[in-house]
Design a protein around this ligand. Structure first.
Ligand SMILES: Nc1ncnc2c1ncn2[C@@H]1O[C@H](COP(=O)(O)OP(=O)(O)OP(=O)(O)O)[C@@H](O)[C@H]1O
Length: 321
């Protein structure tokens, strides 16, 4: 079976997603630890689920721990569980997610948010394949496959001393980088069709396509929230439209200005462009301004005007030999 058949819920088969699919199909059937890297909403959760569903553990559970959603003081208890009375508030014994994931897959989402002190315990649990409940006095053997994900630059976090290098190397055995949507705009069309179908069916409305005006808008937007943002937009638009074609979408106000702002530093001023052009022509004309074959003739302006411009734009006589 090739990777196109396996990951059916994942849209995007060409360009950067082809590589992602290839890596997924290479690693899914192994026991290898996988690290998913990518901006928010690029599909890391979906990839983790797809890998689990194509793995040897597919009939076992996949348990997710969102490390960013848990307060640092609760994360260890969430992961490893605790015994009754092990700390104030531990009224009952609690089985942690690591234990619950036994024989299956444990998906550690936003691993970059893991408190430094807990990172050592995670490393130990992965390496020794055993855990200890908080307040417990025995170790518990576990058989867990780890998939972790982060939207942070984890290597950078290691350099800054915020993430343990030994854990990073242990997690980074098989990294898969999910490209942002703006770098795979060729998938937008297919994603839109997929979400239109999904949300039309869900809402009972018959919305079958988007207008070409909307398509242009979607193709030029920079998608900071990636596929999740596109999905939410289509869901909202399906609910708002009264026709079978979506003819308007509401992207964040000022997004075009934002795009412009990001490029503004790179835009040349008129004077810079004119100056460069005059310099280029002067170089071609070997510094000759007036007369036959002079720069003024080439530029179709009087030599006096060209002289004035050279003075105003402070063009040094670099072109003179
Ligand atoms: N290639 C894709 N095909 C279809 N749906 C996708 C694709 N990529 C992402 N999605 C959908 O987009 C939404 C966001 O994806 P997901 O939650 O996997 O992103 P994420 O990278 O884990 O985000 P975060 O870092 O915020 O947790 C989900 O509903 C997911 O099903």
């Amino acid at each position: 079976m090739d990777c196109l058949e396996i990951f059916l819920d994942m849209i995007g088969t060409a360009g950067p997603m082809e590589q992602v699919r290839r890596l997924m199909s290479q690693v899914a059937g192994t026991e290898s630890t996988v690290l998913l890297l990518g901006e928010t909403g690029t599909g890391k959760g979906l990839v983790a689920k797809s890998i689990h569903q194509s793995s040897l553990r597919k009939n076992e559970v996949m348990i997710t721990v969102d490390c960013a959603a848990l307060p640092p003081d609760l994360i260890e208890s969430e992961l490893f569980g605790h015994e009754k009375g092990s700390f104030t508030g531990a009224l009952e014994r609690r089985i942690g997610k690591w234990e619950l994931a036994d024989k299956g897959t444990l998906f550690l989402d936003e691993i970059g948010e893991m408190p430094y002190a807990t990172q050592a315990k995670i490393l130990r649990a992965i390496q020794e394949r055993e855990i200890e409940r908080i307040g417990g006095n025995s170790t518990i053997k576990t058989d867990v496959r780890i998939i972790s994900a982060t939207s942070k630059d984890l290597a950078g976090e290691v350099r800054k001393g915020r993430f343990r290098s030994d854990l990073f190397f242990r997690l980074n055995v098989f990294p898969i980088v999910l490209p942002p949507l703006r770098e795979r705009r060729q998938d937008i069309h297919e994603l839109v069709s997929y979400f239109l179908k999904k949300y039309s069916e869900k809402s009972g409305r018959k919305v079958s396509r988007i207008s070409s005006k909307v398509q242009k808008k979607l193709l030029s937007y920079h998608w900071p929230g990636n596929v999740r943002e596109l999905e939410n937009l289509i869901e909202r638009s399906v609910l708002l439209t009264t026709q079978s074609v979506i003819d308007e979408v509401f992207l964040p106000v000022g997004y075009q200005k934002e795009g412009l702002k990001r490029n503004i530093g790179k835009v040349k001023t008129i004077n810079e462009v004119v100056r460069e052009h005059i310099l280029m022509v002067l170089t071609l004309c070997e510094g000759k301004i007036a007369g036959d074959g002079g720069a003024a003739e080439v530029l179709k302006i009087p030599p006096t005007t060209l002289h004035a411009m050279i003075k105003r734009l402070v063009i040094k006589k670099v072109y003179e030999r």
